[in-house]
Design a binder for this molecule. Structure first.
Ligand code: ASP
Length: 448
C-alpha cells in the first residue's frame, strides 16, 4: 500500500464545516496517512486569516499597544472550531502559553506559527491521528537557514513511529529550539518535505481551486483545465505569474520524483492537476500547456556594430545591473544588438545610472528604452516535438495587428516569450489561446 501525503491550505481548514470536509477526504482513502495543515484562512471575502491576526498581535505588542481584544478574536476562532467539531481538547491551556510568550516579547515567527500549531492539534484530535510538532522535525540553522538533510533524517525517523499523523505546516526550529517559519504560504513546503521523507506515492495539495487552467480565466473566459503538467512547465508558468503553490514546494518532491496533485477541497471529485517529472501522453500530444504573463517591464536595447566580436560584452552589461542591484528577467540577443528586460519597479529610480554606466563601460552606438512592456510566456513541452509553433503564434498576433516588441525563445524549446505593449497584454493572450486551443468549455480552477 502506498502512502499519500495530504496538505490542506487555509481556506480548506478555515472553520468547522471545512474541517469536516477534509475529514471526509482523509477517511475516504486509508493511504492518506500524513496530513499537513495551514492556519485557518479566510471564510469569506473580507475575513481575516489567523496568521495575519497573529502577526498583528505581535506588532501591537511591540508598540506597547493593548492586544487583549485582538488575541481574543484569534482564541474565539479556534474555540468555535473546537465546539463545531464537538471536541474536548483543552485550548485554554494553549492560549495561556501563547499569551505569556507574547507578553514576554517572543519572536514574530513563534507567534505566527501558532495558527498552524493550534489547528494541527485540533485536527489531530478530530481525526484521531497523532500530533507531530514541526518544531521537532523541521530544522533550521542558528542563522535561520533551512537544513535539508537534517530535516529529512528527523522527519523520516519520527514519522516511522506514527502510522497516521497531523503535522503543522509553515515552521520548524533552530538548534536552540526557537521557532523559525518559512516565507508566507510555506505550509506547501512542509507538505513537500513530509512527502519526500516518507517516500509518498503522491503529494496531494488541497486548496480551493481544481488546479491550473491554461490561461487566467479573468482574461480567457472558459480557459480549459490542465490535467497534467511537468515540473519544468510549471516552473516556467509560475515564474510568469500563475501561482497555486509556494515556489520552493516543488524542489523536494521533484528530486524524489513524487507527483504533486493539486485538488479542490470543495469539489473533491475533480481530478485537479497532476504535476509530474516526465511528460504524460496527454502533455506530449498537446501543443501548448499554458499561457501566463506580467505587465510593466522596461526593455533597454543596446546597438553596437560587431558586438558579437567583443569578448566579455554581455558580462560587462550584466555587471552594470548587478552593481546597481537590479534583477535581469531576460536578455535576448541579436547580431549587433542585445536587450535587457527588467521589471519597471526594480529600475525606475536607477534608470539614469544604468544608462550612464552603459555609455561609460560599453560605448554603444545607440541605446533605446522601451517602457510599458508586458511579457507573455507560451509554455508547452509539446512544442519541442512540433515545427511551426512559433509561426502559428506570430501569424495569429500579426493578423490581429498586435505589435511584438521582443521575442525570446528559451533554450529548453518549451517556452516562447514575447514582449508586447502593456495595452495589448490581455488581447494578445486571448489571441494566442484561441490560435492553439479555441474556446474552452470548463471553468473550475484559476490562476490566482
Ligand atoms: N499560514 C501561513 C500563511 O498564511 C502559511 C501557510 O498557510 O502556508 O502564509
Amino acid at each position: 500500500m502506498g502512502i499519500k501525503v495530504v496538505k490542506f491550505g487555509g481556506s480548506s481548514v478555515a472553520d468547522g464545516i471545512q474541517i469536516t470536509k477534509i475529514g471526509d477526504i482523509i477517511k475516504a482513502d486509508p493511504e492518506r496517512r500524513y496530513v499537513i495543515v495551514s492556519a485557518p484562512g479566510k471564510r469569506f471575502d473580507g475575513d481575516n486569516k489567523i496568521t495575519d491576526l497573529l502577526y498583528s498581535c505581535r506588532e501591537q505588542m511591540s508598540q506597547n499597544l493593548p492586544i487583549d481584544q485582538l488575541f481574543q478574536v484569534v482564541c474565539d476562532r479556534f474555540t468555535a472550531i473546537k465546539l463545531n467539531l464537538g471536541l474536548k481538547i483543552d485550548l485554554q491551556k494553549e492560549f495561556d502559553i501563547i499569551l505569556d510568550h507574547l507578553q514576554s516579547g517572543v519572536s514574530a515567527d513563534y507567534v505566527a506559527s501558532r495558527g498552524e500549531y493550534l489547528n494541527a492539534k485540533i485536527i489531530a484530535e478530530y481525526l484521531g491521528f497523532d500530533f507531530v510538532d514541526s518544531a521537532e522535525v523541521i530544522k533550521f540553522s542558528e542563522h535561520g537557514k533551512f537544513q535539508n538533510k537534517e530535516t529529512n533524517a528527523a522527519l523520516s525517523a519520527e514519522l516511522a513511529k506514527h502510522k497516521y499523523a497531523v503535522i503543522p505546516g509553515f515552521f520548524g526550529s533552530r538548534p536552540d529550539g526557537k521557532v523559525k517559519t518559512f516565507s508566507r504560504g510555506g505550509s506547501d513546503v512542509t507538505g513537500s518535505l513530509v512527502a519526500r521523507a516518507v517516500s509518498a506515492s503522491v503529494y496531494e495539495n488541497w486548496t480551493d481551486v481544481s488546479g491550473f487552467l491554461q490561461a487566467d480565466p479573468r482574461i480567457v473566459e472558459n480557459a480549459k483545465p490542465i490535467h497534467t503538467i511537468t515540473y519544468k512547465e510549471l516552473r516556467e508558468l509560475s515564474y510568469m505569474g500563475a501561482s497555486v503553490l509556494h515556489e520552493s514546494a516543488v524542489f523536494p518532491v521533484k528530486g524524489a520524483k513524487i507527483p504533486i496533485n493539486i485538488r479542490n477541497t470543495n469539489c473533491p471529485e475533480d481530478p485537479g492537476t497532476m504535476i509530474t517529472d516526465q511528460p504524460s501522453e496527454e502533455s506530449k500530444n498537446r501543443v501548448i500547456t499554458g499561457i501566463a504573463g506580467h505587465k510593466n517591464f522596461k526593455v533597454i536595447t543596446i546597438y553596437k556594430d560587431l558586438l558579437n566580436d567583443e569578448i566579455g560584452f554581455l558580462r560587462r552589461l550584466s555587471a552594470i545591473l548587478e552593481d546597481l542591484k537590479i534583477e535581469i528577467e531576460h536578455m535576448p540577443t541579436g547580431i549587433d544588438t542585445v536587450s535587457v528586460v527588467v521589471a519597471s519597479n526594480n529600475i525606475d529610480d536607477k534608470l539614469d545610472d544604468v544608462l550612464d554606466e552603459i555609455e561609460r563601460r560599453l560605448q554603444p552606438d545607440s541605446v533605446d528604452v522601451f517602457d510599458d512592456i508586458a511579457l507573455i510566456a507560451t509554455v508547452g513541452i509539446g512544442m519541442s516535438f512540433r515545427p511551426g509553433v512559433s509561426a502559428k503564434l506570430f501569424t495569429a498576433l500579426a493578423e490581429e495587428h498586435i505589435n511584438i516588441r521582443m521575442i525570446d525563445q528559451g533554450s529548453s524549446e518549451m517556452n516562447i516569450i514575447i514582449g508586447v505593449n502593456n495595452k495589448d497584454f490581455e488581447h494578445a493572450i486571448k489571441v494566442i489561446y484561441d490560435a492553439f486551443e479555441g474556446k474552452g468549455k470548463e471553468l473550475k480552477a484559476h490562476f490566482s
